[in-house]
Ligand binder design. Structure first.
Ligand SMILES: [Zn+2]
Length: 519
């Protein structure tokens, strides 16, 4: 029997009555007791004891939408989100090139030109990357993962046959910018092997522990890495088999495996407490940053974006998933894409087994209209949203620059989702991962349509996220019988609504064990 007792602090159980306790006892991976110090002490036999010294305990955070390998690869390669302007981004890539043997890939992730000083906000160019090095293939992937810039050497190294439409050209010559499917080819060429994927997974797991995250829902991207199977899946299953997956993981299977998934009759929830199959992940449109989200409004650069899969394709996938009672998580950002997905979800819902609510999910739902929000509520569609996206909703920020000033109160309407009774789950989409950072935006938003209370934000990152993956009986609440997953903070978010993102994670407890100690 193994016991861990945390006492002498404030324990927010997040149960239905929002009970607050002083101590919590974990036994053999589960919560054994929670309450006042005396009662919980009495329930313990021979516990490892940690004095909270006034600290705050919450259920472990659950990132409802992430790309765990991108988190890990970003940690192992160059993180361009740290660059304050394009010169700095190029310097970081040059440092990487200096320490990389000639001919090997130099990879940069998370570059975000929209945050750079005015006058320097164009996408990175092929010429700039050629100037960094012509001896290495170099790729800089944009923060949204939907587009990238390549140098000449990288353009030669990637096979774009079949996806030429996503390789941007000028006068017949590739500009170095690629979007959507072509971005996937870049990742396939530059990151193909399992040992490297497992290294990335380890790095991501450590990072998540530091952030107080004990569960993730990792959704497949658009990248098809090879004809059969999937390197990232192989890495996940290898970690699971060897008991190295120290993060409760629900995996949403990529759209190109829709057929295999339903041929195996795999229903949502298959797996164990460490690795489960959530269901199918599909895409409907692109992103606002890359001006590829399918919107009702016109972009500053013209056009209204594009569907990456049309209505008929989505219908076919949804019908297949419905026949085998699989949950579906569909990426939809622009208002028009969201409308199409809701239409097709409504049609598919009739085909699930009677009495089974598949909790169909819309990922992002950034530009949902009033009508779409109402329909989501009526159909029980889960809004899987990312409060950290509001980092782009400031003055002169990406939302305003791409779609006009009046879009600022009309994107990411978490408040209006909750008010309409749409189930809300929070995640990070790894931009960057970090629940406290993310929630600070929803709590502090100047727009009523987006602003949540501390309790609502915390619930979306715990209980709401658990609901989105059918795990609300196990996760999201600290009460006896639940998974022993918790986070200990140096300050109480309920008491510090204006300085949320200054709160530090001090301990992370997973399965009743301390997996991170930052004290
Ligand atoms: Zn995503």
């Amino acid at each position: 029997m193994s016991e861990l007792l945390l006492s002498g602090g404030t324990v927010h159980t997040l149960d239905d009555d929002r009970r607050v306790a002083e101590a919590v006892l974990f036994r053999d991976g589960r919560v054994a007791a929670v309450g006042d110090t005396e009662t919980v002490d009495a329930a313990a036999t021979d516990p490892e004891l940690i004095d909270l010294d006034g600290r705050t305990v919450l259920p472990g955070f659950n990132d409802a939408h992430t790309h765990v390998f991108s988190v890990g690869i970003g940690l192992l390669e160059t993180d361009l989100s740290a660059a304050d302007d394009r010169e700095e981004a190029l310097e970081l890539l040059a440092e990487n090139a200096d320490s990389t043997p000639a001919g090997e890939w130099v990879l940069g992730f998370q570059y975000d030109e929209s945050t750079w000083p005015a006058g320097g906000r164009d996408y990175l160019t092929k010429g700039e990357l050629d100037a960094v090095s012509e001896a290495h293939p170099i790729v800089a992937v944009r923060v949204d993962g939907h587009s990238a810039t390549l140098n000449s050497r990288a353009l030669e190294a990637v096979d774009f046959s079949g996806v030429e439409h996503d390789v941007r050209t000028e006068g017949g010559e590739p500009t170095g910018r690629v979007v959507e499917d072509a971005t996937g080819r870049v990742r396939a060429a530059s990151y193909p092997d399992v040992p490297k994927a497992r290294e990335a997974l380890d790095a991501a797991i450590d990072r998540y522990h530091e952030l107080g995250v004990t569960s993730i829902q990792t959704v497949a991207g658009l990248t098809r890495v090879r004809e059969h199977g999937y390197v990232q899946q192989e890495a996940l299953f290898a970690h699971w088999r060897e008991d190295d997956l120290d993060l409760r993981t629900t995996f949403y299977v990529p759209q190109w495996q829709a057929e295999s998934l339903s041929d195996l009759e795999i229903a949502s929830g298959f797996g164990d407490e460490w690795l489960r199959i959530g269901g199918l992940k599909t895409f409907s449109d692109g992103s606002i940053g890359s001006e590829t989200a399918k919107t009702h409004r016109e972009y500053a650069g013209g056009g209204r974006g594009e569907m990456v899969n049309d209505r008929e394709q989505l219908r076919e996938w949804f019908a297949r998933a419905a026949r085998t009672n699989q949950q579906i998580a569909t990426h939809a950002i622009g208002g028009e894409a969201i409308d199409v997905v809701i239409d097709e979800y409504e049609r598919a819902l009739a085909e699930y087994d009677d009495g089974f609510d598949p909790r169909l999910r819309i990922e992002h739902a950034e530009l949902a209209t009033d009508e779409a929000i109402e329909r989501m509520a009526d159909l029980g569609i889960v809004a899987s949203m990312q409060p950290n996206f509001l980092q782009w909703n400031g003055d002169d920020g990406l939302y305003e620059n791409r779609l006009g000033d009046d879009v600022r109160p009309e994107n990411n309407r978490y408040r209006e989702m909750l008010d309409a009774d749409v189930p809300l789950a929070f995640g990070s989409d790894k931009m960057p991962p970090g629940p406290l950072y993310g929630m600070s935006f929803a709590v502090e938003s100047p727009y009523e349509s987006q602003r949540l209370t501390v309790d609502e934000a915390l619930a979306a990152y715990t209980r709401g996220a658990a609901y989105a993956e059918f795990q609300e009986a196990e996760k999201g609440v600290l009460e006896p019988g639940r998974f022993g997953d918790a986070v200990v903070l140096d300050a109480d978010p309920y008491e510090n609504p204006d300085s949320f993102d200054e709160i530090a994670v001090e301990l992370t407890v997973l399965n009743g064990d301390v997996v991170y100690d930052g004290r």
